[in-house]
Design a protein around this ligand. Structure first.
Ligand code: MTE
Length: 354
């Protein structure tokens, strides 16, 4: 597949090389918004057990007005990122170099992103994940990459930060439960990692696996699901430049609840494809069976492309609730990334291949 350069497919203001990312930082601090989420968003999500309901009112705090090009505090950001890379210190304040996505919608707050989560290995209560996962050990960590590749390799946490240029990517995250957020991810294209291991010509899919550690992840003691969490992508989807491995958000290293230390982000697919706390990546020649397909094959398909025309048995997908907003907004095909990814599915029925 021809690799599309990020700068071609992502507007300049949201594609930020590490250097640029470094220049925007001092200008911003995160606005605090308390999110609201209706019970219809959270009922039996996205699997089987019911999740908690959020009732707090939305109280927007004025968003910062800086743009990526304003106040340059290159020094601050460079140091923050370098320091996070080598000493695992966190910057004092979460930051992003822009305040909205390319559609003009404001970023969700750091508080929302880190306190409203799906991570079934810990709990099915979205607002409890942060608390229950806070002692999860994510360092040392390594990711084993193998299968149908010429150069199998295990990457240490340090290598994941130093071998790959960290970028900020502002993407919408759309959960199949019909809620969404706008998130400034930190990470790097999955294609960069796959190129290092050199996939063989018979590799057709990429299979991802989360850590299996029922002592730390108590949810893995439940028989509801076949652990560990597994997800998969077609190789061309995995190589698409929008697909990233994310190491943090809002300029900070990931906290456990968001999938520390490394998770997948595929913005045109439902959030359950974005597997967290990855320990293994395997190139394979057959379509991987994900945890959700194994649990409910009639409800969850392999592709899981955001599609307002194909309802899930329990949730219409025609509209969604943006966390922090009242009311609902229409869901966009491919979550608003159709111009960049629809061609991957030319000639396929998106109803059959849901
Ligand atoms: N990865 C693992 N290992 N376990 C999970 O339960 N939940 C998925 C996905 N990745 C999940 C996971 C779902 S349903 C969603 S919507 C996103 O993570 C949520 O990511 P967030 O909590 O960072 O918003």
């Amino acid at each position: 597949m021809t690799k599309i350069r990020s700068s071609e497919i992502t507007p300049e203001h949201i594609y930020i090389s590490r250097r640029k990312f470094m220049t925007g930082v001092g200008a911003l601090t995160a606005g605090a918004i308390i999110s609201g989420c209706s019970s219809s968003d959270t009922a039996d999500a996205p699997g089987i057990a019911p999740a908690g309901e959020k009732k707090a009112a939305a109280t927007p705090t004025p968003r910062p007005t800086a743009t990526a090009a304003t106040t340059t505090s290159a020094e601050t950001v460079a140091e923050v990122v370098e320091e996070a890379t080598h000493t695992y210190n966190e910057p004092a304040e979460p930051f992003a170099s822009v305040e909205a996505d390319e559609l003009g919608d404001p970023l969700n707050s750091y508080h929302e992103m880190t306190n409203y989560n799906n991570f079934y290995e810990f709990t099915t209560d979205k607002e409890g994940v942060a608390r229950v996962s806070k002692d999860f050990q994510t360092d040392p960590w390594s990711v084993e990459v193998g299968g149908l590749v010429n150069n199998p390799r295990t990457f240490s946490l340090d290598e994941l930060w130093t071998l790959f240029e960290q970028e900020e990517r502002v993407y919408r995250l759309r959960c199949v439960e019909a809620w969404s957020m706008v998130i400034p991810w930190l990470g790097f294209p999955l294609s960069a990692l796959l190129k290092k291991v050199d996939p063989m010509s018979n590799a057709k899919f990429v299979r991802f696996e989360t850590l299996y550690d029922p002592e730390q992840m108590l949810g893995q003691n439940s028989d509801w699901y076949e652990w560990p969490y597994v997800e998969g992508l077609r190789l061309d989807e995995a190589m698409h430049d929008l697909t990233i491995l994310s190491t943090g958000l809002y300029g900070k290293r990931h906290l456990p609840q968001n999938g520390a230390p490394i998770r997948l982000v595929v913005p045109w697919k439902y959030g359950f494809k974005c597997i967290k706390s990855i320990v293994r990546i395997e190139l394979v020649d057959t379509m991987p069976i994900s945890l959700w397909i194994a649990a409910a094959p009639r409800e969850y398909g392999f592709y899981a492309n955001v599609n307002p025309d194909v309802p899930h048995p329990r949730w219409s997908q025609s509209n969604e609730r943006r966390i922090g907003e009242w009311g609902r907004r229409s869901t966009l095909p491919f979550n608003g990334y159709a111009d960049q990814v629809a061609h991957l599915y030319d000639g396929m029925s998106l109803t059959t291949n849901f």
